[in-house]
Ligand binder design. Structure first.
Ligand code: PLP
Length: 371
């Protein structure tokens, strides 16, 4: 039996999304930018997908630009804002590498970057942001929710503070979109990154929300697609799949969240009942099902492999650095004591996980850790 418990890394393609994509992979293969009637269906579907996605996050359709995923959206938000602007950036120490490495590039171009520390539960406090803001800062980029420990940031407050200082506010919402109710207008964010494969959409497709009026340099120059901001023939099937998956996730969010939270509680109760010595990382406000656990005097990577041999897929930290045995930058930033830090695994549950699977994960951990 295989148990998949790494939904923060990626998710299975939703059946409805797959069905919606099929016609555009075969019969309806026309180029949406062409004027003839064969392009009509792809063009119509593209427009509808943009409207659907926009309405899921409270945006206008003209504020959604399609990208190849979270990494591209993050790179574009940062470099597109700062490439031709003087000044500095504020981000946090626990961002995804798509943000941190983009910041390194900006530093090489002479921009200054401040990496804000976080609390022991992984929160960027408004007070920390206020203390670090200055006239020089032109962009603040703080993730909506962390991929390794699930902590949700006080985005609305951080965005408001940034605006009070005349600064553009971007959020990497890759872990949040489709899992939390998001309204970009209420949150007052200027730029927001999302990726379809985190909410049961296809891989290699995502979007960047660009609030009307925010000036961003183009990501790719060419044929003028995506309002001239991101040229290239559109990935119609991917876009349709993403829109269908997001609409489904938003419609079913409440019931899926309730199920996932009940599984999460059960797992934690079981592990405590077994008397295992562990810390659950992250904040009370966290992505449902994102469970980062640090077991005392354990080896996270060895745990991952032992679980894998038992048919259970979990992660040690972020999927993107799963080959590295170094302590993750997130675990380092929250200041866990070493005897726990190196024994960290991330179990991330999805709506398809069952109570039976949770029991099997808990029992597997007991077997490994009690040996
Ligand atoms: N940002 C966060 C918070 C993520 O968790 C990820 C993926 O793990 C990304 C960005 C990158 O997204 P993508 O895989 O679509 O490039």
């Amino acid at each position: 039996m295989k148990i998949y418990a790494d939904h923060a890394a990626t998710t299975r393609l939703d059946d409805r999304a797959y069905e919606a994509m099929c016609p555009f992979l075969k019969g309806e293969y026309g180029n949406a930018s062409q004027l003839y009637s064969f392009a009509r269906e792809p063009k119509k579907a593209l427009k509808k997908a943009r409207e659907t996605i926009a309405s899921c996050i409270g945006a206008g359709p003209s504020e959604i630009v399609f990208t190849s995923g979270g990494t591209e959206s993050d790179n574009w938000a940062l470099k597109g804002t700062m490439m031709f602007r003087k000044g500095g950036v504020i981000t946090s120490a626990i961002e995804h590498h798509a943000i941190l490495h983009s910041c390194k590039t900006l530093e090489r171009l002479g921009r200054s970057v401040k990496y804000l520390p976080v609390s022991s539960s992984g929160v960027v406090t408004p007070a920390t942001l206020i203390k670090n803001l200055s006239e020089e800062v032109k962009l603040v980029s703080i993730m909506y929710a962390n991929n390794e420990i699930g902590t949700i940031q006080p985005i609305r407050e951080l965005a408001r503070i940034s605006h009070q200082h005349g600064t553009i506010f971007h959020t990497d919402a890759v872990q949040a979109v489709g899992h939390l109710p998001i309204n970009v207008k209420e949150d007052e964010v200027d730029l927001l990154s999302a990726s379809a494969h985190k909410f049961n959409g296809p891989k290699g497709i995502g979007f960047l929300y660009i609030r009307k009026g925010v000036k961003l340099d183009s990501y790719a120059d060419g044929g003028g697609q995506e309002y001239g901001l991101r040229a290239g023939t559109e990935n119609i099937a991917g876009i349709i799949g993403m829109a269908t998956a997001l609409e489904t996730s938003c419609n079913l969010m409440q019931e899926r969240t309730a199920h996932i939270i009940s599984l999460e509680k059960h797992l934690l109760n079981e592990l405590s009942a077994f008397g295992l010595d562990f810390i659950r990382n992250g904040d009370k406000q966290h992505i449902p099902g994102n469970i980062s656990l640090s077991f005392r005097n354990a080896d996270g990577e060895a745990l991952l492999h032992r679980l894998d041999l038992m048919g259970i897929s979990v992660s040690t930290g972020s999927a993107c650095n799963s080959t590295s045995t170094e302590l993750s930058h997130v675990i380092e930033a929250i200041g866990l004591p070493n005897e726990y830090a190196f024994g960290t695994i991330r179990i991330s549950l999805g709506y398809e996980n069952t109570l039976e699977e949770i029991e099997m994960i808990a029992n597997a951990l007991r077997t490994i850790l009690s040996a």
